[in-house]
Design a protein around this ligand. Structure first.
Ligand SMILES: *[C@@H]1O[C@H](CO)[C@@H](O)[C@H](O)[C@H]1NC(C)=O
Length: 211
């Protein structure tokens, strides 16, 4: 039971160590910065202020929600990838553990001999026998370690790319929305562009419509 639980524990440990589960963008912080930056602008007109913030705060929230969802997908994919790697190398790991237990048990058994000559003979022959197995274990484990290290590294790279992309989308959307909010506060009221979303309709010839 303990041995079964261990690999899962290691997986979670790995995922936590390599990829922060919380997005690093603090959207509240961004808004506070904006509020401080734009302090005084439009403040002479409370109705305009209220209008603009009512209009753009939900859009900013949508952008944040989208970022958190995108980032969450990156984390989920990364965790699934790490778990798949661990699952793939679970058997050799178990085999090494079995060999380790077998080795220890065999050597400890030698102490069961009452007579010193028997005990020493037992240690000598058992030690020699298992040293060959342990040599193989060591060399195989080194190979597996190298392979798994590379697989984790690849998963890291993908996760990093995924998170950076989510972050870039967030900043692009946020920058544009803050700019519109600022214009609104300056009294320049335009239709909010919100998030341009791309709808791809696949008919006979596929066309891309940006709304
Ligand atoms: C693990 O041990 C089993 C039983 O001894 C063996 O059949 C299997 O091939 C081993 N697997 C690996 C990956 O060494």
């Amino acid at each position: 039971m303990l041995f079964k639980a261990l690999p899962l524990f290691l997986t979670i440990g790995t995922a936590l160590a390599l990829m922060p589960l919380k997005p690093k963008i603090d959207s509240d912080r961004s808004l506070v910065d904006f509020m401080l930056m734009s302090r005084g602008v439009g403040s002479s007109n409370p109705a305009l202020n209220q209008y603009c913030f009512n209009r753009y705060l939900p859009i900013l929230k949508d952008i944040t929600d989208q970022y958190e969802a995108d980032y969450g997908k990156c984390v989920d994919t990364y965790k699934a990838e790490c778990e798949a790697i661990d699952a793939k190398y679970y058997e050799p790991r178990e085999n090494f553990t079995a060999t380790a237990k077998e080795t220890c048990d065999a050597l400890l058994k030698c102490d069961g001999n009452v007579h010193y000559v028997d005990a020493f003979d037992c240690f000598a022959s058992t030690g020699s026998e298992y040293s060959k197995k342990l040599f193989t274990l060591s060399s195989d484990a080194g190979e597996y370690g190298g392979i798994v290290r590379e697989l984790y590294r690849a998963a890291d790279t993908v996760a990093e790319f995924c998170a950076n992309y989510a972050e870039r989308v967030y900043w692009e959307n946020t920058d544009r929305t803050y700019a519109e909010l600022q214009k609104c506060l300056n009294g320049d009221i335009v239709e909010p562009s919100s998030n341009p979303s791309i709808i791809i309709t696949t008919t006979t010839e596929s066309q891309t419509t940006v709304v």
